[in-house]
Design a binder for this molecule. Structure first.
Ligand code: HEM
Length: 147
């Protein structure tokens, strides 16, 4: 199975990086919108605009980009047999946490959609750092391959 992508490998890797950039853009920006959302009154026009922004970002950018990152990432794993390597196990752990953040962001979004958010501005500012940290670790693991 290894090497089945042949010359197409670099194209799949390019598509992987494009999808990952789009996914990360959403993971980093959605909690930022939550920060703004905590600052506006429930039921206000601004709150309704932020709700639409959150919904569209999640549905039309983050979820499709996450699926594409997995699709191209899995093709790369099968082609390179990276699952045998230590750096990939590390990356996989961080990916698991990133997926958890993706799911949790969706839950937070739903509380805003229902005008039911109870978390503070400071909480979302802190949450914003989680995908940043995971992204830094993932890129170091995949590029430097320290293990
Ligand atoms: C969604 C599940 C993912 C899977 C299964 C996956 C898997 C892989 C694999 C097997 C490679 C080839 C690495 C090599 O052999 O050198 C790769 C490349 C890469 N991945 Fe992922 N990845 C995923 C998500 C991510 C995420 C979230 C990021 C960034 C935050 C990322 C960043 C990269 C980068 C920058 C490369 C290119 C590395 C290079 O060519 O030196 N990946 N990925």
């Amino acid at each position: 199975m290894a090497g089945f992508l042949g010359e197409g490998y670099l194209w799949v890797k390019a598509l992987h990086i494009i999808s990952v950039i789009s996914w990360m853009a959403g993971l980093l920006y959605l909690p930022r919108i939550f920060v703004y959302h905590t600052q506006v009154p429930v039921g206000s026009e601004r709150s309704e605009i932020l709700k639409v922004m959150e919904r569209k970002l999640f549905r039309f950018i983050m979820t499709p980009a996450m699926a594409a990152s997995w699709l191209f990432g899995i093709l790369l794993v099968l082609d390179t047999e990276a699952f045998r390597e230590g750096w990939f196990h590390g990356k996989f752990l961080f990916l698991f946490l990133l997926m958890g953040f993706h799911g949790t962001s969706s839950k937070w979004m739903k509380t805003f959609q229902a005008d039911n958010n109870t978390k503070s501005e400071k909480f979302y500012r802190f949450a914003n750092e989680v995908p940043t940290l995971l992204m830094i670790l993932i890129v170091i693991f995949v590029v430097v391959k320290p293990f």
